[in-house]
Design a protein around this ligand. Structure first.
Ligand code: NOJ
Length: 759
């Protein structure tokens, strides 16, 4: 019986395993990471493959949830197959596993790796994976929140810290970044990505891959990244998680595929196939996607892992006849590794023996997986990231928490600030009201396997540490009213100068499988907001959310609204920093906030239709829902600062034939410093296929002192104007283009036009 936890003797014994390994011929054969790409390593990997049985090969292509799960891992990954720890170790020793994920830190990794390095026939190190999505122990804002910073280098820095902490816990591989474009806010996994826009999506995808993987994947603080979920998982019909996707090749190529490609171009060592189908073909059985596009066209050299039981799910989807057929379809499509279902372990040997899967295909996948193991340095030292002291030494260091606070500050989006209610003056009597005021929960956000809400700073603690005068009243629960709650909250509001209303979605309302039909503030909280509004006290809404919400009534009409997403470890401090003006808010919406849920999917880069309503009143027989404009309440790119920013003096030449400089003057007329996110948009007036009303082509964050003006320039290239034609190929068509340099996707900013003609 293998006991959980390790004695000192066991740890010392592991030390001797390391020494033995360092002297072993296999290690000499499969030296380090840098060599992974080189012919020497390829040759030695091939030698190893030649020694493997077909069962061992199937084992190298089989990943399982750790039977000894960490944190909330078990809830996120309901036991699939074998969830008995001693049996799992025995399986690993028997060569039936390539590794496990979401396990229990370095202690578990040490125990399992030691067992394999000592007891298995071929001594191929296990790989340890985990969902390190927006932080490990130090938690950063959820992906969509961090994207609101419009600062990809920030995402690179937070991913770097996440890698530093997670590798300290024995983790070699993260299932991140999630780079799915999210244009339907009913979809709960919006929280995990970078929002609705393709340019923002591409830049954040690349930045996160660079951050996780660092300079050298073999370093003990670098993690293998996994670009997911390939492909178009975010386009699930009607925002229903796991739903099918049916889309034109133009939309797929121009919008949905590009962030994955950006992640691959940034060097991602792995890709995760998505649950959904595209145009009738589930990703796990899609050879065109997994091989023609990913490998032949993009030159991807790493390996593909299925998402959880996605391969097996082709049976329910009506694409595979049974588990054996699912295994056959997936391996032939180019899915190298099977996660959780066990179909490869179970069926690849027979499929090869029966001639239904060529051995060469299996060998190719094994080669890719072993090369990745070499790349992360496991053949050089299987215990490279396993050190029982390191997790504590690396967790929640002051610099990491400071970065979480900075990321929190930069992720907050100020939607409105009527009459300059914010920043609050020192000494203001505050009534902090709402289910997210002081609960010590729902702070980190969904998809946190190893972080602890108990260690995160809630709003009340943030206000306290900022020296604020305040009372705390819950008023309502997230989705249920509290008897007498509203009366208490109203009394607290009346006794204060200003109300901070901390309302929105709980962690359980966004994330995987958390699709909503109404993307609103839940009714009991809305009722609380309406009652507070009647007191006439000025209200600042502090919105907690993992997606865009359709704000209504007293919430929409509050004097000030801050979108605070789920900001992670330093949440309350970051919120207080913005509330009291220690920093000026600078975040911008990476997702459009619609007027009503029924507008979804709503995204700024939509087509015009032949009957656009245009600005102004709603007209009969024009494109809009009854009583609702076909625009956003708060559009993509929107966000206010404590400055007073004006755009003037557009510079654009009338003709473009090669790269062209365009620019505008941005002035801060206000009395406070500000960071403005200046956005460049274009629109092709006429094309052989219709074009979106606007497309983001560049953005820059500009610091402006009070009274300061700066001229901001962008280079627009012909490549920026390309689109996918009716023949499925990228093309550029001469013609007239609109151009805006503006503070959001639906603001006028400064607007001009130019004609593109090929040189
Ligand atoms: C399913 C999720 O879709 C995926 O993102 C995650 O990495 C795996 N489960 C493993 O937890």
């Amino acid at each position: 019986m293998v006991k959980r936890g390790m004695s000192r003797r066991a740890v010392l014994a592991a030390g001797s395993t390391i020494v033995a390994w360092q002297a072993s011929p296999l290690r000499a054969m499969l030296r380090s990471a840098d060599a992974a790409a080189g012919p020497a390593t390829r040759a030695s990997i091939d030698e190893l493959i030649a020694r493997m049985t077909i069962e061992e090969k199937a084992g190298q292509l089989t990943l399982m949830p750790a039977a000894w799960g960490g944190g909330i891992a078990t809830a996120l990954n309901p036991p699939a197959g074998n969830n008995n720890y001693p049996v799992q170790i025995a399986d690993a020793v028997a060569g039936k596993l390539t590794g496990v994920f979401n396990g229990n830190g370095a202690r578990m990794a040490l125990q399992m790796q030691k067992a394999v390095m000592e007891g298995s026939r071929l001594k191929i190190p296990l790989i340890f994976a985990a969902d390190v999505i927006h932080g490990h122990r130090t938690i950063f804002p959820v992906g969509v929140g961090e994207a609101a910073s419009f600062e990809p280098s920030l995402a690179e820095r937070t991913a770097r810290v996440a890698a530093f902490e997670a590798t300290g816990a024995g983790i070699d591989w993260t299932f991140a970044p999630m780079v799915d474009i999210a244009r339907d806010q009913r979809w709960g996994r919006t929280m995990e990505g970078a929002g609705e826009d393709v340019l923002v999506g591409r830049l954040f995808a690349a930045a996160r891959v660079r951050g996780f993987q660092g300079r050298n994947l073999a370093d003990d603080d670098c993690l293998m990244a996994c670009v997911k979920h390939f492909a178009a998982y975010g386009a699930a019909e009607a925002g229903l998680d796991y739903n099918s996707v049916d889309m034109s090749i133009q939309r797929l190529e121009e919008i949905y595929l590009r962030p994955y490609q950006a992640g691959v171009d940034a060097g991602a060592a792995s890709v995760m196939s998505s649950f959904n189908e595209i145009n009738g073909v589930p990703s796990n059985g899609n050879h065109w996607l997994m091989t023609d596009v990913l490998r032949d066209r993009w030159g991807f050299k790493g390996f593909v892992v299925s998402d959880y039981t996605g391969d097996e799910e082709m049976i329910a989807a009506g694409f595979a006849a049974d588990r054996r057929d699912a295994a056959r379809l997936a391996i032939l499509a180019g899915v190298d590794m099977s996660m959780s279902s066990g179909v490869y372990q179970e069926h690849l040997p027979a499929l090869v023996r029966d001639g239904q899967v060529p051995l060469a295909i299996v060998d190719q996948s094994v080669r890719r997986v072993l090369a990745a193991k070499a790349q992360v340095g496991l053949f050089d030292n299987p215990f490279r990231r396993i050190d029982l002291n390191r997790e504590a030494q690396r967790s929640r260091l002051p610099a990491s928490l400071a970065l979480s606070r900075e990321a929190g500050q930069k992720s907050i989006v100020m939607l409105k600030n009527e009459g300059g209610l914010l920043p609050l003056k020192p000494g203001t009597k505050i009534a902090l009201i709402g289910p997210f005021a002081a609960e010590g929960r729902d702070i980190n956000g969904p998809w946190v396997v190893y972080g602890d809400n108990g260690q995160a700073i809630d709003v009340a603690r943030g206000l306290h540490d900022a020296g604020a005068r305040f009372t705390v009243t819950k008023g309502s629960d997230v989705e249920a009213s509290i008897p007498g709650g509203i009366a208490k909250a109203v009394a607290a509001a009346k006794a204060a100068d200003v109300v901070l209303l901390a309302i929105g979605e709980s962690e359980a309302m966004s994330g995987e499988a958390k699709s909503r039909t109404e993307i609103d503030v839940p009714a009991p909280q809305q009722a609380l907001a309406e009652a507070i509004a009647k007191t006439g006290k000025p209200v600042v809404v502090l919105l907690r959310n993992g997606r865009a919400l359709a704000l209504e009534g007293a919430v929409r009409d509050a004097r000030a609204i801050l979108v605070t997403w789920f900001l992670g470890s330093e949440s309350g401090h970051a919120i207080a920093d913005v509330l009291f003006g220690k920093v000026s808010p600078s975040g911008r919406l990476p997702v459009s906030f619609p007027f009503a849920s029924g507008q979804e999917p709503y995204y700024y880069a939509h087509k015009n239709t032949g009957r656009p309503n245009g600005p102004g009143p709603l007209a009969e027989y024009k494109a809009h829902y009854q009583g609702v404009p076909n625009s956003a309440l708060f559009p993509f790119g929107h966000g206010l600062t404590y400055g007073d920013i004006v755009y003037s003096a557009l510079q654009v030449a009338p003709q473009m034939s090669g790269p062209m400089r365009v620019g505008a003057t941005i002035t801060n007329r206000g009395s406070r410093a500000a960071v403005e996110t200046v956005q460049l948009y274009t629109h092709q007036k006429v094309g052989s296929l219709t074009r979106p009303v606007r497309e983001l082509k560049g953005f820059q964050k500009v610091a402006l002192a009070p009274g300061e003006s700066k001229t901001i320039g962008f280079t627009l290239t012909p490549d920026d104007l390309k689109f996918v034609g009716a023949d499925g190929k990228w093309r550029i068509e001469p013609g007239l283009f609109d151009l805006w340099i503006a503070p959001s996707a639906e603001a006028e900013g400064v607007h001009g036009s130019f004609t593109y003609r090929a040189a």
